[in-house]
Design a protein around this ligand. Structure first.
Ligand SMILES: Cc1cc2nc3c(=O)[nH]c(=O)nc-3n(C[C@H](O)[C@H](O)[C@H](O)COP(=O)(O)OP(=O)(O)OC[C@H]3O[C@@H](n4cnc5c(N)ncnc54)[C@H](O)[C@@H]3O)c2cc1C
Length: 346
């Protein structure tokens, strides 16, 4: 039984299905989620320090293979490779970008630097830019909604809020209402704090907001533009701006303050003034962790209970590999990597 039909829960259910296992997925489409507001960007080099994403060279092939397999199975398009341009914000950035370019570890994710004003003339660009290779965005709502619909057709998805008080140990298995399960795998994202078995897992919930927009005048080649905020144009002429980070406000409600922050950053990044109409303003909570690593594995004492969480701001790239590891662990007793196992907090 899988609890939480978000990105992790649906991919895990799909993996169990591929492995020929019986499963049942319980998740509420009415409850808030992170996948529903995420841009699904896979960014190989991130943050102020321009560091290569943890384990990127292992995570990306698994992610691409997984999303391509789902595309094939359902005849949909979810994995979109996209060129990425990052704008240096100051002289320090420029020096750091140069150092990264000379570092062999970055050879497969960074390519040429361009002098100020050369790479994307629509943007203010005082210090120059560099290209990030192997970036992509994944249509996470399409992944999740496609898998949910397929599981619903098979009668193995129940759209409801899981009530922890109704889960009972019963004769070496777990009983939830009319369902008996050998294993229960919790994939609730930031809502894990309500889970009595895993409530002490150190998740650091981090709120984020994004804007879906359109403009009568902004026409840009389809690239991911990373200025102070990122700017992602879609093929239908709309674009998305993101994202904010907030650890103090943990409501799911979008705020005017963050909308202003995103719009101000965008107007500041673009050379010409443009009219921007916000068509959707979304907010959600990322299930982040203090060491920025996912958390997967069995409950320390309760046999048959498992967890996948802590996908933070990188679920698009980490969920495929983490669901694979946990599936292999449950079915074949394969060891879980030390860096991601829940037991690292013991
Ligand atoms: C603003 C924002 C931008 C982001 N941008 C990116 C990005 O560009 N790239 C990227 O890789 N990641 C991004 N993320 C992060 C990404 O969304 C998460 O890493 C990913 O969704 C985590 O997957 P999950 O399945 O653990 O959690 P979720 O996607 O939140 O799914 C958990 C699901 O479980 C359900 N659930 C919880 N408790 C219960 C219960 N008791 N009963 C029933 N259902 C329950 C929830 O309703 C939800 O549907 C972003 C997140 C935010 C908020």
């Amino acid at each position: 039984m899988i609890v939480g039909a978000g990105l992790a829960g649906c991919l895990l259910a799909w993996r169990l299905q591929q492995a020929g296992q019986h499963f049942f997925l319980i998740g509420s489409t009415a409850m808030p989620s992170a996948f529903g507001v995420a841009a699904g960007v896979i960014n190989p080099v991130t943050g102020r320090w321009m560091t290569k994403t943890w384990n990127f060279d292992q995570l990306l092939p698994k992610a691409e293979e997984t999303y391509r397999a789902i595309e094939q199975q359902f005849g949909i398009q979810i994995y979109h490779p996209i060129p990425e341009i990052r704008f240096c914000q100051n002289a320090e950035d420029l020096k750091r970008a140069g150092r990264r370019m000379r570092n062999p570890r970055y050879r497969n994710v960074l390519s040429h630097m361009a002098a100020a004003g050369k790479a994307a003339p629509e943007f203010n660009d005082e210090y120059g830019t560099f290209h990030i290779d192997q970036a992509a965005y994944v249509d996470l709502p399409l992944v999740v909604n496609t898998l949910r619909a397929s599981f619903a057709t098979l009668g193995v998805f129940r759209d409801e809020t899981f009530l922890y008080s109704k889960l009972k140990a019963s004769l070496g298995a777990w009983q939830y209402q009319d369902i008996y399960a050998q294993n229960v795998i919790f994939c609730e994202g930031a809502a894990i704090q309500d889970n009595p078995w895993f409530k002490n897992v150190p998740i650091k919930p981090t709120k984020g907001e994004t804007l879906l927009c359109q403009s009568p005048t902004i026409r840009l080649p389809q690239k991911l533009y990373h200025h102070k905020k990122w700017f992602l144009p879609y093929s239908n002429g709309t674009f998305r701006i993101g994202a904010t980070y907030d650890e103090s406000d943990l409501s799911n409600a979008p705020t005017e303050a963050k909308k202003d922050e995103l719009l101000r950053a965008t107007h500041g990044a673009l050379k010409e003034p443009h009219q921007i109409k916000v068509t959707a303003h979304l907010a959600g909570i990322r299930p982040s962790t203090h060491d920025s690593r996912p958390i997967i594995g069995p409950h320390p004492t309760e046999s048959g209970l498992y967890l996948i969480n802590g996908l933070g701001s990188k679920g698009a790239s980490t969920a495929p590999a983490m669901t694979q590891q946990l599936t292999d662990h449950i079915l074949n007793k394969s060891p879980i990597d030390d860096e991601v196992k829940l037991a690292r907090f013991d």
